[in-house]
Ligand binder design. Structure first.
Ligand code: ZN
Length: 199
């Protein structure tokens, strides 16, 4: 998921030493897949075992996310890998600082309430729309240490988690907006489908 504005993250690491970021980011970003790419409509497979390959994929996905500048979440599907893996880094929300999250086989256990908020997607550049989703959710998954984790989320975190889990099922946020609004976006979506990738 993307958002238009992102508060700069703590500049401590990059200010102290430019070299440090080189050490931390030795993997290369992956190629993002864009709207119109059939892979975005496929269902991702559960991850049976978390090996070095999964660790590397997660790290590369974080790299890819940070390289976008405005991304706050990414599903493996969006880099063309059909594994049930999402990463989320919303930075700060409501004055609360959040750690980056790596979640394998994420599952929505429960949800309540409804709330409308604007969404964007790294795979659908420059398109945003209001999307209604459950307000509070409980998600379960497996982290990089193969531990089961349960996350109770609301606000932006709940929204990003739902958006990314949708990707694993081949669902895009534009599928969740009303027909009228979608028709208003249809020219833009057709243009994107034909366009060269923007970056
Ligand atoms: Zn997305």
């Amino acid at each position: 998921m993307s958002k238009r504005k992102r508060k700069p993250k703590s500049t401590a690491a990059s200010d102290v030493s430019g070299e440090e970021s080189v050490v931390l980011h030795e993997t290369a970003p992956l190629q993002l897949r864009y709207y119109g790419d059939p892979v975005l409509r496929k269902r991702a497979e559960p991850v049976a075992e978390i090996t070095d390959a999964e660790h590397q994929l997660a790290e590369q996905m974080l790299e890819t996310l940070y390289a976008t500048g405005n991304g706050i979440g990414l599903a493996a599907t969006q880099v063309g890998v059909l594994k049930r893996l999402i990463i989320v880094d919303i930075g700060e929300d409501d004055d609360e600082e959040y750690e980056p999250l790596v979640l394998f086989n994420p599952q929505l256990l429960s949800s309540e309430g409804d709330i409308v908020a604007e969404e964007g997607c790294l795979s659908i550049p420059d398109v945003t729309a209001d999307v209604k989703r459950p307000e509070r959710i409980v998600v379960e998954g497996i982290d990089l240490q193969c531990e089961s984790v349960r996350i109770e989320a609301d606000g932006l975190l709940a929204r990003v988690l739902q958006h990314e889990i949708d990707h694993l099922n081949g669902v895009l946020f534009i599928d969740r907006i009303s027909g009228l609004k979608r028709r208003l976006l249809s020219d833009e979506l057709t243009r994107l489908q034909k366009a060269e990738k923007p970056y």
